[in-house]
Design a protein around this ligand. Structure first.
Ligand SMILES: CC(C)(COP(=O)(O)OP(=O)(O)OC[C@H]1O[C@@H](n2cnc3c(N)ncnc32)[C@H](O)[C@@H]1O)[C@@H](O)C(=O)NCCC(=O)NCCS
Ligand SMILES: Nc1ncnc2c1ncn2[C@@H]1O[C@H](COP(=O)(O)OP(=O)(O)OP(=O)(O)O)[C@@H](O)[C@H]1O
Length: 196
C-alpha cells in the first residue's frame, strides 16, 4: 500500500528545498502554497471573495492579487488571517485531495503543507515529516530570501505554531540547520525507511 506523507515545517525552514529533492527521486509532491496561488489567481475561485473582504487596495495593476500587500495585512493581524484562510483553505483542500487520490494509486505521495498541524490535517496522513531548523537560522534565511526586516520576519514566524512543537508532534524529523547536503542525506534515509 502506498503512503500519504505530510511534509511540513515553518516558514523558510526548507520545505521547498526538501520537496525538490524528493521530486528528483521520483515521488510526487503536492505543494499547498502552489494550490493557494491557483485559488487566489484572477481566474481562481477565491479571488472575488478576497477583493470583497480586503478591498481594491490588494489588487495590483495587472488585476492579480498583490501578494506582498495582502501578506503585510494578514501576517500582522490574526483576525484578517482567519478571514483569508476561510476563503482559501477549502479550495486548496478540494484541489489537493483530488490530485492526491489519483496519484496515490501509483506511488507514495508527499503533501507539502506549511499549516499541516495548525489545521489538523496530520490526521489525514499516514506519516508526518517535519523540516526543522533552529529559530535563529530560520529568521536569518527568511530575512535574506524575502528581504524582510528582523521584526517582519519575527511576525511571520510567530503567525505559525512554533517549529519545535511541530518537530515533537511529527513521526519523522529532517533537521535543516546544517548544509543542504546534510539535509539530502537525511531524506535518503527517510526514503529508504518508507521503501522497506
Ligand atoms: C498571504 C499571501 C498572499 C502571501 O503570499 P507570498 O507569495 O508572499 O507567500 P507564499 O504564498 O509563498 O507563502 C509563504 C509562506 O508563508 C506562510 N503562510 C502563508 N499563508 C499563511 C497563513 N494564512 N498563516 C500562516 N502562515 C502562512 C507559509 O509558511 C508559506 O509557505 C499567501 O501566502 C496566501 O494567499 N496565503 C493564504 C493561503 C495559505 O494559508 N497558504 C499557506 C498554506 S495553504
Ligand atoms: N541547508 C541550507 N543551507 C543554506 N540555505 C538553505 C538551506 N536550506 C534552505 N536554504 C535556503 O533557505 C531559504 C528557505 O528555504 P525554502 O524556500 O526551501 O523553505 P520553505 O520552508 O519552503 O519556505 P516557505 O514556507 O516560506 O515557502 C531559501 O532561500 C533556501 O535557498
Amino acid at each position: 500500500m502506498n503512503s500519504i506523507i505530510g511534509l511540513t515545517g515553518g516558514i523558510a525552514s526548507g520545505k521547498s528545498t526538501a520537496s525538490a529533492y524528493i521530486e528528483e527521486k521520483g515521488y510526487p509532491v503536492l505543494d499547498a502554497d502552489k494550490y493557494a496561488r491557483k485559488a487566489t489567481a484572477k481566474s481562481g475561485p477565491s479571488y472575488k471573495g478576497i477583493i470583497q473582504s480586503f478591498g481594491e487596495d490588494v489588487v495590483s495593476e495587472d488585476g492579480e492579487i498583490d501578494r506582498s500587500r495582502l501578506g503585510a495585512i494578514i501576517f500582522k493581524d490574526p483576525g484578517q488571517r482567519k478571514v483569508l484562510n476561510k476563503l482559501v483553505h477549502p479550495e486548496v483542500r478540494r484541489m489537493m485531495n483530488e490530485d492526491r487520490d489519483r496519484l496515490v494509486q501509483d506511488n507514495h505521495v508527499f503533501l507539502d503543507i506549511p499549516l499541516l498541524f495548525e489545521n489538523g490535517l496530520d490526521d489525514q496522513c499516514d506519516i508526518t515529516l517535519t523540516v526543522y531548523v533552529d529559530e535563529s537560522i530560520q529568521k536569518t534565511r527568511l530575512m535574506e530570501r524575502n528581504g524582510l526586516t528582523e521584526a517582519e520576519a519575527e511576525s511571520r514566524i510567530s503567525s505559525q505554531m512554533p517549529l519545535a512543537e511541530k518537530r515533537d508532534k511529527s513521526d519523522f524529523v529532517l533537521d535543516n540547520s546544517g548544509s543542504r547536503a546534510n539535509l539530502y542525506e537525511q531524506i535518503e534515509q527517510f526514503l529508504s525507511e518508507i521503501e522497506k
